[in-house]
Design a protein around this ligand. Sequence first.
Ligand code: NAP
Length: 284
Amino acid sequence: MKKILIQLDTDSQASVFDQVVAFDAGVEHIISIGNVTPDTVEAHVHGAMFTRGGEALKNTAIFVGGSQVDKGEAVFEKVKKTFFGPFRNAVMMDSNGSNTTSAAVVRRIASSIDLQGKKAMVLAGTGPVGIRTATLLSREGCQVSITSRSSEKAAQVCDQMKADWGVTVTPHGVTSPEELASLLQEVDIIVAAGGAGVVLLPQESWKYLTQVKVLADVNAVPPLGIEGSQVMDKGEERDGKLFYGAIAIGNVKMKIHQRCVGSLFESNKQVLGLEEIYNIAKGL
Ligand code: NAP
């Protein structure tokens, strides 16, 4: 029986990236549907859950994606609510790569440093990747802070993280390099999670921070988030600190993404959100 992936994408054009990864993970056929909303998703889920019965149900899985992470989360919730009893399919949510990328960032950092009890700062940690990275670091025992250009936005995001994931993260509004420098004095780990092409940390700001051990940057678009780092950095050392760049993180992200999609076909009960994706990443 063919392994079919139902790709439910919140964008009008379903992601080619997600399709290629799915084929590489062993999927044999993909049904791609764009413009999916919580209001329209039920019929698609019924099509998946009422066709192949019993054991065979595990051969049809659902992937929720698209560039808008909040829309993807809403569709994911509706998909889970549509299932009942034994009528369910495995489902994974990874809109804009947010879950697999944050899992990859934290696994990369964890390969260099014991996370328990460390102080971590996620720069521009208010986007989907930053929020999830901060959450995972906190779950791993770090004392985590995030920055934003707006202290109100940072506080709002931290409140939401507490409500959504049960983690306590400290918010900081940062408007000058001096403010940032003073916040980084005691930090062990720095993650740059800002939008593409935005420099968040000039070289002069990290060079002399002797207690910083690991820096990771998810932005692959020049100029990079951490000035003086390289996209290919895979634990390279500079001034006594280890660096991870966006491509090295992206390579791990691809492995996690593929492994997760592959695991959807092991059981129709699989539900892969942030936590489950991170657990799979830990096992790689
Ligand atoms: P995002 O939502 O686009 O941006 C994250 C935060 O960056 C925003 O909340 C904003 O924070 C800050 N920001 C945006 N524009 C800025 C500017 N001009 N100046 C200063 N700060 C700015 O990002 P995301 O979707 O979470 O993704 C984060 C990064 O991961 C992106 O660079 C993306 O390309 C990258 N990514 C990498 C991979 C990979 O495999 N390596 C995969 C997916 C994504 P405030 O408004 O709060 O200041």
